[in-house]
Ligand binder design. Sequence first.
Ligand code: OAD
Length: 236
Amino acid sequence: MSEKKRLVVLTGAGISAESGFKTFRDSDGLWEQYKVEDVASIEGWYRNPELIIDFYNDLRTQLEKAQPNDGHKILAELEKYFDVRIITQNVDNLHERAGSTHVVHLHGELTKVRPVNNASKIYDIGYSRMTYGDKSPDNELLRPHIVWFGEAVPMISEASRLVRDADIFAVIGSSLVVYPAAGLVHDLRGKTEAFLIDPKEVSVPTGMKFKVIREVASKGVAIMRDELLREFGFAS
Ligand code: OAD
């Protein structure tokens, strides 16, 4: 059997919108309710860590009740046909719960915490709430395992390598305004077939050829799946 083609997918908040999560920049998005500098920046952590901990505690509680939607599920099913690698800006675990087995989290994970002074030790807390002052087994002060504005994005090099090696690439539900994630499109090789799934217009750098599917994730990913299965001879 021939080797599977590599499908690399960059997802943003839009893929989890149909699972009940607010996006950040749509009208009524999270950044209209909260100030990004208060709840998602390293300066915010130094100013008021309790506020940040509450914000992520609430999202974690919401995540426990949320379910993956068809967008997540179809991407997981596509592993039967393609070597699927997901790069997500989302901190939820809905890709994993839908069954995707290769997920790179660029901005961290809601169900994990880490010592304030050590990004390399990560602890799973599941859906439990944390409190400011919680300590690791080594007595180090813990914080949410989230990459905030003003911090480095350690997983970006791995993501960039994945995009460079992609046979097929898709951006799903991201406004492509937050760097370095948004810059990953520059790693695409010219021959990589690229899709963009979003109900709204998203601007991509000029000269790049994306097949745009102007739909919500559940419908858009189904359209992309059908097209790929036909193109690669899997459709009956
Ligand atoms: P945004 O809120 O910036 O963009 C969400 C995108 O999803 C928009 O282009 C919407 O049109 C689209 N969208 C909305 N509903 C959708 C649906 N049902 N199906 C598909 N697409 C839909 O979110 P991101 O691009 O993910 O970072 O934002 C990137 C980063 O900015 C986040 O990871 C977060 C935020 O600040 C941190 O907190 C560090």
